[in-house]
Design a protein around this ligand. Structure first.
Ligand code: ADP
Ligand code: MG
Length: 628
């Protein structure tokens, strides 16, 4: 659809998602409406930075107006507020594209969350996500965006009341910004306070005081502009001159987060390469933490000029870190494609990643509580590094914290685990699963408990992967409690535990019977030395993978068929002894028992019986017998 100057502008419909989002904005009871200012100023600053970057290779774009600026103008009489920038601007197509559709991964993720959220949560989510341009409709009943792309003559105006449609038409050139974008808000009646200069100035200073573009305020359309933010890069100031609040405001506006930083890193690297880093670890989990597209959120500057936020600065497993690196040595005119290849960037990547890990390590020693909060949020991401980043594996193992059978719900470090190793214990034992409580009571752990051996309880998906990557700590390999023979017999029992007696002939005979009865369903049936109170459990065959990992992979269609498990039977269990004594002629009963034992072991592992109907038939038959 095209628009013509003469006719009435063609009306276009928003993409369905935009319409939904707008509906939510307009009807939102979200009280912190101030964020619209932050969002529009951040867009204006982005536009100025994009121009600054394009101007490096095409100075003509800058013309004789090389100084970036954002001007906010108030018009109390008309109840209007405008935000104007002299940045890159948008062509007609770009206007339709940027303001009529939702392309951004962040806004998409927001829409997905909204779809599943109840009404009351929805308005909350707005605050948490910061959904950009459309937040203008929280305070305005009509928004007009007039824009002129740098280097072009034409200008267009996008206009909408946020109720499902918008128009785009050519703008009167005399009235359009010479370059860049003007966003005009017709404020709602209850948003009139955004024409008070005191309110607006205070809001902008706190929310956006550190954007790298100067901000001017005009309290009336014909007033003299007053500078309210200097556009100086916060990170280039000495640490001693920056307050915690300034860091926080910068973090919020630069990182698009609404929480407090849990860790702030600000330093200047000197020596072979000179660069400044200002980075933050968020207090809360960013919503897109597990979005595959979101590789990282670190921005790259060269001598204060924003270059790109698409270059990977930190490894994937540090993708929750927000902030920027400002390099002194990269050439300013380097293309974004070339940057990726640059040895300077490689040195920066290495330096910053090492520094983040060492700062975390320091924090874990100086303020364990704060560190554990970070680990709680980002541990599952950091653990990806255990198999992705061999070079930093040791550092990451040092940072890792685990729940365990003896930690009573607290986090434990591997150092602490290693300090409690039992006599003859040659491995670090772990159990993987999705549910901590069930893990802690799983029958596979009984033999470990009888020996006082600590078992790490790993309940993040990622755990099943890194533990198989040949990881060891202080020379001790990681070993699953469900994998193969556990070699427990060499480790002494704790006092009060009686050693398991060897299986009697009757029990051995019964085990052979069960094995025949189950046939192909299992790879083996054997007497167990890891069970003390349960009758049965399932473990992986000697060479097989951990059972939890196997379940994950088959569930995800990455593995055709799971290896057949081994059924372990506790030869000292009263039930097993009784079953072993059943007359060999009573095969119907023994058959039912064999299958029920197998199903019971599956249930303890969180699985269904092999054949639920057959299972209930057998259970009923046995119950009836018991009552007779
Ligand atoms: P985001 O800023 O996260 O991309 P927004 O909803 O805030 O999302 O903005 C959507 C898009 O609209 C931006 O990506 C940009 O392309 C365009 N845009 C918004 N405001 C401006 C502006 N002042 N100048 C140029 N482009 C803009
Ligand atoms: Mg934005």
């Amino acid at each position: 659809m095209t628009t013509t100057a003469e006719a009435a502008p063609a009306t276009r419909s928003f993409e369905a998602d935009v319409a939904k989002l707008l509906h939510l904005m307009v009807h939102s009871v979200y009280s912190d409406k101030d964020v619209f200012l932050r969002e529009l100023i951040s867009n204006a600053a982005d536009a100025c930075e994009k121009l600054r970057y394009e101007g490096l290779s095409n100075a003509a774009l800058l013309g004789d107006d090389g100084q970036p600026a954002i001007t906010v103008t108030l018009d109390p009489d008309a109840r209007q507020l405008t935000i104007e920038d002299n940045g890159i601007g948008m062509s007609e197509d770009e206007l339709a594209d940027a303001l009529g559709t939702i392309a951004r991964s962040g806004t998409k993720a927001f829409m997905e969350r909204i779809a599943g959220a109840k009404d009351a949560e929805g308005s909350h989510l707005i605050g948490q996500f910061g959904v950009g341009f459309y937040s203008a409709f929280m305070v305005a009943d009509r928004v007009e965006v007039t824009s002129r792309r740098a280097g072009t003559e034409a200008a267009s105006t996008w206009s909408s009341d946020g109720l499902g449609t918008y128009t785009i038409q050519p703008a009167a050139l005399a009235d359009a910004p010479a370059r860049g974008t003007r966003v005009l808000l017709h404020l709602k009646e209850d948003a009139a306070s955004y024409t008070e200069s005191f309110t607006v100035e205070r809001t902008i200073k706190t929310q956006s005081g550190h954007v790298p573009v100067p901000i001017f305020l005009k309290d009336k359309p014909d007033a003299e502009p007053k500078q309210i933010a200097d556009g100086a890069a916060l990170w280039s100031k000495p640490k001693s001159e920056i307050t915690a609040d300034e860091y926080k405001d910068f973090y919020r506006s630069a990182a698009g987060q609404f929480d407090e930083p849990a860790l702030t890193l600000h330093y200047r690297a000197e020596g072979l390469h000179e660069y400044t880093v200002l980075a933050f670890i968020p207090e809360n989990k960013p919503f897109d933490l597990f979005e595959p597209e979101r590789a990282g959120r670190m921005k790259l500057y060269v001598r204060r000029v924003f270059i790109t936020d698409e270059t990977r600065i930190l490894p994937r497993y540090l993708r929750f870190v927000r902030g920027l690196v400002d390099s002194n040595d990269l050439p300013l005119n380097v293309s974004r494609e070339m940057i990726q290849e640059s040895p300077v960037l490689a040195a920066i990547q290495k330096g910053v990643a090492n520094r983040v890990l060492s700062e975390l390590d320091k924090l874990s020693a100086s303020d364990a509580e704060r560190y554990l909060k970070i680990w709680d949020n980002f541990g599952p991401v950091l653990k990806e590094g255990l198999y992705e980043d061999y070079a930093r594996r040791e550092a990451l193992l040092g940072l890792a914290r685990f729940k365990s059978t003896t930690s009573a719900g607290e986090w434990r470090s591997l150092k602490e685990y290693a300090a409690g190793l039992k006599e003859n214990q040659t491995a670090i034992y772990y159990a993987t699963g999705t549910d901590l409580d069930r893990l802690a009571t799983s029958p596979q752990l009984e033999g470990f408990r009888a020996r006082g051996i600590e078992v790490l309880l790993l309940n993040d998906q990622i755990d099943s992967f890194w533990v198989t990557a040949g990881v060891d700590f202080e020379g001790k390999p990681f070993k699953s409690v469900t994998q193969g023979l556990a070699d427990l017999s060499l480790i002494p029992l704790v006092e009060g535990e009686t050693p398991a007696a060897a299986a009697s002939d009757a029990v051995t005979g019964f085990i052979t019977f069960v094995k025949d009865a189950l046939g192909d369903a299992v790879s083996d049936v054997r007497a167990s030395d890891r069970l003390t109170t349960s009758a049965v459990c399932l473990v992986a065959p000697e060479t097989g993978m951990d059972r939890q990992l196997e379940k994950l992979l088959t569930g995800a269609g990455r593995l055709d068929a799971a290896a057949k498990p081994v059924l372990e039977i506790n030869p000292n269990h009263a039930l097993i002894e009784k079953l072993s004594a059943v007359d060999a002629g009573n095969d119907a009963l023994r058959m039912d028992a064999a299958h029920l034992l197998f199903d019971e072991a599956r249930i303890a592992d969180g699985e269904l019986p092999v054949d639920p109907r057959a299972f209930s038939g057998r259970l009923m038959r046995l119950l009836e017998r018991g009552i007779d």
